[in-house]
Design a protein around this ligand. Structure first.
Ligand code: DX5
Ligand code: ZN
Length: 223
């Protein structure tokens, strides 16, 4: 299993975004988690294409774009054009989830499906063979810095079982409330792609990445 630490720039200092991305690259990380919010699917608004396009010029990180927007299908070409490597959409946000997944793939990107805390994972089981990852939200989507929802651990275990039953060899990504206390819990439950925002960006970024890496190294050598 490939493990990845995916820093979420939602908690970055946008006045120093380029510098902070360079720090992540120097630390040897490969992924950048980019949260796009529309003020409709979630209450908050974050940022969109111009920011992604701008950081794409300076970074070779894998851009993991998490769309918390209603009907994301409308914007697939735009996100492809501004440099997304992967797009994750919410099952709850799409009128036709399968068509949306196919369109992302047709646009040449990897594709993930995300479920909110109240959405059972088995609702998307019919698409498991058509996606590259399953994102389990471990907080309500919309804001950084929230507390991990305890029930998520059981949901990760259920997802792991479902993937096994379906013979689908895709990673489970988790997003929200990950810190030094919850990181071992989600890894133990079966998550391998770990999004972390405030845990990494609040305080010294390089040191925080090292701390997270040390915890993850107990599970793998691959990050
Ligand atoms: C929340 C976003 C997350 C957010 C996580 O809706 O999808 O990616 O940045 O923030 P933390 O790690 O601070 O909970
Ligand atoms: Zn996210």
């Amino acid at each position: 299993m490939e493990y990845q630490l995916c820093p979420s720039i939602l908690s970055a200092d946008f006045n120093r975004l380029g510098e902070q991305i360079q720090t992540l690259e120097r630390q040897g990380l490969k992924w950048l988690h980019i949260d796009v919010m529309d003020g409709d699917f979630v209450p908050s608004i974050s940022f969109g294409m111009p920011v992604i396009q701008s950081i794409r010029k300076e970074s070779n990180l894998f851009f993991d774009v998490h769309l918390m927007i209603t009907e994301p299908e409308r914007y697939i070409q735009d996100f492809a054009a501004c440099g997304a490597d992967s797009i994750t959409v919410h099952a709850e946000a799409c009128e036709d989830l399968e068509r949306t997944v196919n369109r992302i793939r047709d646009a040449g990107m990897r594709v993930g499906i995300s479920v909110k805390p109240a959405t059972p994972v088995n609702e998307i089981s019919y698409l498991l063979h058509n996606i590259d990852m399953l994102l389990i939200m471990t907080v309500q989507p919309g804001f950084g810095g929230q507390e991990y929802i305890e029930d998520s651990t059981e949901k990760i275990l259920q997802a792991r079982q479902m993937l096994k039953d379906e013979g689908a060899d895709i990673p489970i990504q988790v997003d929200g409330g990950i810190d030094e206390k919850t990181l071992p819990i989600v890894l133990e439950a079966g998550a391998s792609w770990i999004v972390a925002g405030s845990y990494l960006f609040c305080g010294d970024l390089a040191q925080n990445v090292e701390k997270a890496r040390r915890i993850m190294n107990r599970y793998t050598e691959k990050i």
